[in-house]
Structure formats: C-alpha cells, structure tokens
Design a protein around this ligand. Structure first.
Ligand code: FAD
Length: 475
C-alpha cells in the first residue's frame, strides 16, 4: 500500500503526453488531494493477435511505450508497462492497483467490441470498491454520436456528414489539453509485474518520440499541405503526411492536427479543394468511419454494411489470393503496391484503393480476406479505417463506390504513376521499361523475372457485374 491517493491513467491508443485529457485530468486531481499520478499500459499480445495486428504495428506500440516512459519521467510520472496475457489480465492489474491505494481511474474510450467488454469488466470491478472511472471520448474531434441528422440519425453518406461536422467545428472549435502537471515527491516503486517485452525493431524506420512526430505534423501543415490536393494521389512522391501510424496509436491526436492546420493554413481552409481543406476532409473520413462503426456494431463482426452483398458467393481462388499477397499478379501497379506493403508496412492511399478493388473485382475474392491481410501487414492498421476502406472499394459499405464502378488497373497506373517511377522502385524486373511500356509490359512477351497476368481484366469485370446483379436488392 502506498501512503497517498493514486490517480491511475490507463493508456491505450492515446500514447502521448501533450493533449492527453486523461493524463491532464489525473494530474489536476492529484494536485487537489496531494496524491500522485501513475500511468499503466497493459500489452495484451493475445488480443492483438485476435485483431490480426501486424508485427510492425505491435513493435511501433512497444517502442512508443518505452519512449513515453522516458518522456513522462521528466514530469515524475511513472509509466508501468506490463505484459498481460489477455483482457482478463487487465482486471487482475486493477485489483492490485486498488490494493496499492488507487482512488480513481482515467482513460480514453475505445470503440471495438472486445475493448468495450474489457472496459465494462474493469468498470464493474472498480465500482465495487467505489473507485470512480473517468472516461474521455477523444479518439475523434467530434465524438461518435455527436454529428447527427436533423432527425437524430447517424449520417450514412459522407458529404452531409462532413458539412455538419464542419458546422460543429465552427461552433465549438477544437480543444487541445496542456501536458500534465509535473508530480512532486520520491519515485514510486512499481509492483512486481511481468515487464512488457521489447519489440523486434521492425518499425525502427519510424521515429517514436513525441517531439519528432509533432514536428513532422507541424512541418506538413506549414508546407506540404498546400500541394496536397494535387500530390496526394501520386505514390511516387511523398505528397501525404504519413501520420496514419501515429494517429492510430495516438502519438498525436486528430485535435492537434486540426488545431495546427487552422493555425498554419486558416485562409486556405476557407477555399474549397485547397490542399488544406482536402486534408481536413481526410481527417473527417477517419471520423466518419469511426462514427459508422459505433452505430453499426455488425461491422465489427465483419458483416457487409449493405446486407444484400453478403449473399455474394465469392469464388475465392487460393492461388489468385497468394499471387495478390506476394505482388505477383502481372499487373505492375498492383504488384508494386503489394510489395510496398510487404516491405515497408505502409501503402499509399491510391494504391490501397487500386489493390483492394483488384482483389475483389478482378480476382473475385471476398473483401474480408484482403481486410485481414492488410491488418496483418499495416503499421497503421486501424479497424474502422481499414474496414471502411475495404467496404468502400468492394462496394459493400456505406457511401461506397457503386458496384459497377470498377477500376481499370492499367488506366489507374497510367494516370497516377505516369512515368512509372513507383513501379520501377518495387519491381526491378521492369526497371528498363519506358513510361509507355511499364503499365502493361506483356507485349510482345512478359519480361523475364516478371509474372504473366493472372486474369484478364475485361472478362473479370463482367464476372463482377454478374456477381453483384445476382444479389442486388435481395436481403
Ligand atoms: P494523409 O493523406 O496525410 O491523411 C491524413 C490522415 O487522415 C491519415 O493519417 C488518416 O488518419 C486519415 N485518413 C486519410 N484517408 C483516410 C481514409 N480514406 N479513411 C480513413 N482515414 C483516412 N487508414 C488507416 O489509418 N488505417 C488503415 O488500416 C487503413 N486501411 C485502409 C484500407 C483501404 C482498403 C483503404 C482504401 C484505405 C485505408 N486507410 C487506412 C485510409 C488511408 O489509406 C490511410 O489513412 C492513408 O493512406 C495514410 O497515409 P497518410 O497518413 O499519409 O494520410
């Protein structure tokens, strides 16, 4: 038992100390009752596996926790990172913290099913000991359920959602919280818990200090954002922010991004289709999918948003799936994109759209196979964004691409990688092809070291139309 009230902050996907409302609120409460703030992080690898969390994303999380431990120590706030087995382990951790003098818990809400169950088990435990739990809804600038139609319904279409979201922003503004107050007193000894395992360093190319990540975001808002409307679709250049991995684990918040965007580019935000307003739209897409996920829990169970499309009997040929996963389909833009994902753990948004469309509408494989594969590889894997992106591309989701809109992978390649620079980077066998040849290098014959096309796009397109028309409107 520690001889002072302990205000415990349970860090999860909010691994930062700036703009962390839970940490800030706990530090105020500790100041008021002469208590202390203690932060905990519980690594539950088994649950990560159930979510198909990519090893590189797990590594980023683990490295970030270590960095945050150092950062918080400058405020004399200990971060105890413990290796748990599963969610039940969290209950055990809090039982021990109660016995040490815990008087309140502070945490940011999470929306997925298992996480919600875990949180209610912990809340139930703490309520038996009259220990209050303070939940903060900060994963989005506008929390789920706060942007509704005039009838009080959830928006299922993005454009009106965005309009209303922007109206809410204009009315309420965006609030960021200061860093927690530094704590006074002797260091508090951690309990005898199994310490969190180190990662495998697979994410080492990604800096994990809050300082670097904030600087990256600020630099983007100062300069690159102005060209974003043009550059964001070109995978050969670094035209996007590359912040998704950090937003996914909360090294920065969407609130910080919006506040900085307003500071650096407020005039541009008023101009429709300016780089700044298009980037803000992307941050709103992130929120749109989280709102949809909370309102329609069936999505968490991987059901299609459009129920009739769940009736499609996908052929699911394993050899085609394998060719797609390995980047060996014979369609250079698809293969280069998949190799980018496999080699780096990240893929450009335009390429996520192309490869997802190709898997479903050219290879006729259930979008859930691709959704799962992406999660198992992405450093920024995020259930809502990934599910939303896949269901958009597969024409099964809310406000999705219409099913008859089928990307032609060669035309997409010519349009968005016109010189072939991106393809050359990932497919050495095509390095000497000209800008004209590289998008379809099979004439007169497929180059040595590359792959013959696994399907004919025009035939595949007809099959897709037939698969959809067979079920449309039949729930
Ligand atoms: P920027 O272009 O700089 O955008 C800024 C931020 O806005 C991103 O970091 C991200 O948080 C958010 N964002 C941008 N586009 C979208 C979008 N379409 N939907 C939701 N949020 C968006 N994004 C993820 O964060 N995790 C995923 O697991 C994920 N899976 C996807 C799967 C598919 C099939 C598709 C089509 C898209 C997916 N996205 C996912 C969305 C998008 O591709 C990435 O957010 C983006 O490529 C990340 O790069 P960036 O940080 O440079 O983005």
């Amino acid at each position: 038992m520690i001889n002072m009230p302990l205000h415990v902050v349970w860090l999860r996907h909010d691994l930062r100390y700036h703009d962390n409302q839970a940490l800030y609120a706990a530090s105020l409460a500790a100041q008021a009752d002469n208590g202390r703030v203690v932060a905990v992080f519980i690594a539950t690898a088994q649950s990560w596996q159930q979510h198909d969390m990519a090893p590189i994303r797990q590594d980023l999380l683990r490295r970030r926790v270590v960095a945050l431990t150092t950062e918080l120590s400058t405020l004399n706030i200990p971060l105890w990172a413990v290796e748990g087995t599963d969610y039940q382990h969290c209950v055990t951790v809090f039982q021990q913290l109660l016995s040490m003098g815990m008087v309140a818990l502070y945490a940011q809400q999470e929306y997925e099913l298992r996480e919600a169950r875990r949180d209610s088990a912990v809340t139930q435990l703490l309520s038996q000991f009259n220990c209050p739990v303070h939940w903060f809804d900060r994963l989005c600038v506008m929390p789920p359920g706060s942007v509704l139609t005039q009838q009080g319904d959830i928006y299922k279409v993005f454009t009106p959602f965005k309009r209303n979201w922007l109206a809410a922003l204009a009315a309420k503004g965006v609030q960021c919280f200061p860093k927690p107050l530094a704590q006074q007193g002797e260091p508090i000894q951690p309990p005898d818990w199994p310490a969190m395992q180190p990662g495998d360093d697979s994410s080492i190319a990604w800096s994990v200090t809050e300082h670097d990540v904030l600087n990256k975001m600020r630099a983007f808002c100062q300069s690159k954002v102005h060209d974003y409307a043009n550059d964001r679709d070109l995978p050969a250049i670094e035209g996007t922010s590359s912040l998704s991995a950090y937003l996914a684990i909360g090294v920065i918040s969407a609130q910080q991004c919006v506040a900085r965007l307003q500071l650096e580019a407020n005039n541009a935000l008023a101009v429709e289709k300016s780089g700044a307003s298009v980037w803000l739209s992307e941050l709103i897409w992130r929120e749109f999918y989280k709102h949809i996920l909370v309102a329609f829990p069936k999505l968490i169970k991987h059901h299609a948003f459009q129920a009739d499309t769940d009736k499609i009997v996908w052929p699911n040929a394993p050899t085609l799936f394998e060719a797609w996963c390995k980047g060996e389909t014979g369609y250079p833009i698809v293969d280069a994109a998949m190799r980018q994902l496999n080699n780096t753990g990240w893929m450009h948004n335009r390429l996520r759209m192309i490869t997802a469309s190709f898997l479903v509408k050219d290879l006729h494989i259930d979008w859930r196979w691709g959704e799962r594969y992406f999660m198992s590889k992405l450093i920024d894997g995020d259930f809502a964004a990934n599910n939303g992106g896949w269901q958009w591309a597969a024409s099964t989701g809310t406000d999705a691409a219409p099913y008859f809109r089928i990307f032609n992978p060669v035309t997409q390649s010519e349009r968005f990688d016109a010189k072939g620079d991106f393809i050359r980077r990932y497919i050495p066998a095509l390095a000497t092809k000209t800008a004209k040849e590289i998008h379809w290098p099979h004439k007169p014959i497929t180059p040595r070291g590359y792959h013959a096309p696994v399907v004919d796009h025009n035939n595949a397109r007809k099959v897709t139309l037939a698969l959809f028309t067979a079920v449309k409107g039949k729930e």
